[in-house]
Write a protein that binds this ligand. Structure first.
Ligand code: FAD
Length: 414
């Protein structure tokens, strides 16, 4: 389906990237995501799973390196182009798009503080990889720490009385890591590397953290079973355990001195990115509903002829368009500033994911009983969108974090 893009300044290159990503989403992602959605979590990650076909094809096209600058071998897209491509991919499947996004996380983290060894050992090999043999993940959530790990500069973030469950202790030039990350680590069951966000200095609470670009083949690393869940079933997730894992200090991207600041920078990108994904999911649901309403005859008329259906479709498109506007703007702003406005990323994430859920909800309503069946895509979109309200920070706590920041720092002087 063709779409209007209100941005009259899109270049030919932007439009070509959009078209290519849309074709990939439609022809490769949609059918594979449907297959994976109906499998058990174990089947999703089995050697013969279509998950691997998706990953290989995505890597071949460079979609694993969307966030990485060209100088390190990444796609070298502008922030607008990143948002455009991610929206298309999320239209195909948000679960698979998240898998690709986290796959780049250790390399993305390394690109923010590009030491020479990180470029040679992490960034370049990842970008050069075309067969999905290097897959990253993002380990931040712990069994007893979810929302609180994503609230830099919130008072609880530096509360030293709250113990972390994954801790790195310095030992000469190395660090010894003990503890675990929760079952929510996306791609945790298949990853070869982890952007590990863990505590180093307990006297600073969560703020005393560090980020490692960690190979997961080190002795003492163990992975849990894949998680069985409601939505984004095409995205595998699982725990990672660390038992006296010795890691050379050269893999530390940032330590306690700058952890909180870098976390805010990372989140200002990833949180807005979730909003961009929300636009893709909302648009997918709108698409399905529009096509269905044009063909379904009920009570002697096509659904599209009923005024309430017309009004619903308008409201759904309104959600898609307003969401695209705010998510693209927040994503681009925070990619291009040294002092991120994380509150805008939170606005984007909350707006985008709520729009995805609302539009998927209305799409099911337009489908009537059919919308509840596995025969149609909308029930999957609804389940996938529901997960997004919690994913990468529950929307409720992101609002609290952003509210706190606004009170502390507004009116802004820049
Ligand atoms: C699909 C998906 C993908 C994910 N991928 C990853 C990943 O790749 N890596 C990773 O590390 N994690 C990942 N996560 C974990 C995700 O970041 C956490 O689920 C999220 O931060 C919420 O944490 P929690 O689930 O522990 O909920 P909790 O933090 O326990 O929150 C439960 C409820 O309590 C509320 N609450 C919590 N704290 C407060 C407070 N201070 N004040 C008021 N209300 C509060 C929340 O809003 C929520 O409604 C993923 C999650 C999902 C669903």
């Amino acid at each position: 389906m063709e779409y209007l893009d209100l941005d009259i300044n899109l270049s030919n290159e932007d439009i070509m990237l959009k078209k290519n990503a849309y074709e990939f989403a439609k022809k490769v992602m949609r059918p594979i995501a449907k297959e994976l959605d109906e499998m058990t979590p174990e089947q999703v990650i089995a050697k013969d799973s279509p998950f691997w076909e998706f990953m290989r094809k995505a890597y071949e096209l460079g979609y694993h390196s969307i966030l990485i600058p060209e100088s390190y071998g990444g796609m070298g897209l502008t922030s607008l182009q990143q948002a455009i491509v991610y929206e298309e991919l999320a239209w195909g499947s948000v679960g698979l798009t998240v898998a690709l996004g986290v796959a780049s996380f250790p390399a993305f983290g390394a690109s923010l503080v590009p030491e020479e060894n990180m470029i040679e050992e992490v960034l370049e090999p990842f970008c050069e990889c075309k067969d999905a043999s290097i897959i990253g993940c993002w380990g931040i959530t712990e069994p007893d720490h979810g929302s609180d790990t994503l609230l830099p500069y919130y008072p609880s973030f530096s509360d030293k009385s709250i113990p972390a469950q994954c801790v790195a202790t310095q030992d000469g030039d190395d660090y010894i890591i003990n503890g675990q990350k929760s079952a929510w680590v996306s791609c945790g069951t298949v990853a070869t590397h982890c952007a590990l966000f863990c505590q180093i200095d307990p006297s600073m609470g969560h703020a005393g953290g560090g980020i490692f670009a960690m190979p997961l083949d080190l002795p003492g690393v163990k992975k849990g079973a894949p998680l069985n869940k409601l939505g984004q079933r095409d995205l595998n997730q699982g725990e990672i355990f660390f038992d006296n894992v010795r890691i050379p200090g050269k893999y530390l991207i940032v330590g306690p001195d700058a952890y909180e600041a870098l976390l805010e920078i990372v989140l200002s990108t990833t949180t807005a990115m979730m909003g961009v994904f929300g636009t893709g999911v909302a648009r997918a649901a709108f698409d399905e509903a529009l096509t269905y309403a044009k063909t379904r005859v009920q009570g002697g008329k096509k659904l599209i002829e009923y005024p309430n259906i017309q009004a619903k479709l308008f409201e759904m498109l309104r959600q898609v368009e307003t969401t695209r506007a705010i998510t693209r703007a927040a994503f681009a702003y925070n990619q291009n500033t040294t002092t991120p406005a994380e509150e805008y990323s939170n606005i984007a994430k909350i707006h985008g994911t709520e729009a995805a859920l609302k539009v998927a909800h209305e799409a099911i309503q337009i489908f009537g009983g059919n919308g509840l069946t596995k025969e149609y895509l909308v029930e999957k979109l609804y389940r996938d969108a529901r997960a997004m309200i919690i994913e990468d920070g529950s929307n409720d706590t992101l609002a609290i974090g952003a509210g706190h920041k606004i009170i502390e720092t507004y009116p802004r002087k820049d």
